[in-house]
Write a protein that binds this ligand. Structure first.
Ligand SMILES: Nc1ncnc2c1ncn2[C@@H]1O[C@H](COP(=O)(O)OP(=O)(O)OP(=O)(O)O)[C@@H](O)[C@H]1O
Ligand SMILES: [Mg+2]
Length: 349
């Protein structure tokens, strides 16, 4: 099960990729509704066609040859479906699935223990794999290459390493920061796939499926409006759908149509391109404090008061994708389109 961090955040982050909790019951509810909509099979996973088509071939070929799938790395911005895809791969391989994450393993022995417990052909998913400590990462090299781990036996001068065989398995790593992955680790992944932002059509299909699982009546125009304003990200689309449902319940409305979607998103200060307060704040700081840029990422992060990594991993990719911000050797710059967008949403916070 996914580890969902509990964070109480200030308002400007409320509608980003973290759950905002007021009480524990809400947490349980949001988490279980998340589980309900997670697809299990490729066929229920719209979008990412290039990645999906390749993976389907690799999975089918591995099954035909009765071998393990090559180690796979999935990279791309948060919420695009990396964890979901890893689970689908295991499901389609009919292989046992084991899940852990980089920051949660701090000793080589812990990873060796996990590897030793994998059944033949199992899929080990390591989320945020770029955050594995280097001493732990080194255990993976021989595990990935020849299905063995070197373990240290004994202590002091009599200590020696013993090579222990493990069952053949597939490692699936996920990362939002491909550039932080070490070269030796990266080179051991035979399959490397990058997830892109979704187009509105694919998001609308995802939303219709979520609506039917949650027993909501979402109109096609409602789905499309929501899709267009969800930053190309299924997790955000599904979260916003839950907010539309709240407004529907509160107003005693049965049908989630374009008007209700628009009302909800306006209340959340989500603009026509799906940007929220924080996105606009970043763009306005570049515009007002740095005369449109270029501004170095460190200076920008300091002015905004956010971690550099958060800006780079969470906010910036979509602004670049939309063509509102450009990244050059001298820093971040607002584009003409970015300036036009800010002018169009001048009344929004
Ligand atoms: N193609 C898709 N079709 C249907 N639902 C999807 C798709 N991609 C993602 N989702 C849904 O979006 C949510 C987020 O997906 P997921 O957790 O797999 O993203 P992620 O890339 O692993 O994010 P992170 O980098 O934060 O770990 C899940 O609830 C999942 O059900
Ligand atoms: Mg994930």
């Amino acid at each position: 099960m996914d580890k969902i961090e509990i964070k109480i955040q200030d308002h400007q982050h409320t509608f980003r990729d973290d759950f905002v909790l007021t009480d524990t019951k809400a947490f349980v509810h949001e988490e279980s509704s998340e589980q309900q909509i997670r697809p299990n099979r490729f066929i229920d996973y719209p979008g990412q066609d290039a990645v999906k088509n390749n993976l389907q071939v690799y999975v089918a070929a591995a099954r035909m040859r009765n071998r393990t799938l090559d180690h796979t790395i999935l990279h791309g911005p948060p919420g695009l479906g990396k964890t979901t895809l890893a689970k689908i791969i295991a499901y389609e391989l009919e292989a046992p699935f084991y899940q852990t994450s980089g920051p949660s393993i701090d000793k080589p022995g812990d990873l060796a223990g996990i590897l030793a417990g994998i059944e033949p052909g199992g899929v080990l998913f390591i989320d945020e794999i770029h955050r594995l400590p280097i001493t732990v990462e080194e255990i993976l090299y021989s595990a990935m290459e020849d299905f063995s781990v070197d373990i240290l036996v004994g202590q002091g001068p009599s200590a020696r390493t013993v090579r222990m065989p493990i069952n053949p398995f597939t490692l699936i790593g996920a990362t939002t920061r491909m550039s932080s992955l070490s070269a030796p680790l990266l080179s051991r992944f035979g399959i490397q796939e990058h997830l892109e932002f979704y187009d509105a059509e694919s998001l609308a299909i995802i939303l219709k499926r979520s609506a039917s699982v949650w027993d909501l009546e979402l109109t096609p125009h409602g789905a499309m409006e929501l899709a267009k304003r969800s930053r190309g990200t299924p997790r955000i689309a599904n979260r916003l759908l839950r907010r539309v449902r709240d407004f529907a319940d509160f107003g005693g409305v049965e049908i989630l149509d374009e008007e209700l979607v628009d009302l909800t998103l306006n209340r959340l200060h989500i603009d026509i391109s799906g940007l929220d307060k924080m996105d606009r704040r970043i763009m306005r700081i570049i515009q007002d404090r740095y005369q449109g840029g270029p501004v170095g990422i460190e200076a920008l992060a300091a002015t905004i008061g956010e971690e550099r990594a958060t800006i780079e991993d969470v906010y910036e990719p979509f602004l670049l994708h939309q063509g509102f911000v450009r990244r050059g050797s001298r820093g971040r710059e607002l584009t003409t389109q970015g300036i036009e967008h800010l002018n169009a949403v001048i009344n929004l916070p």
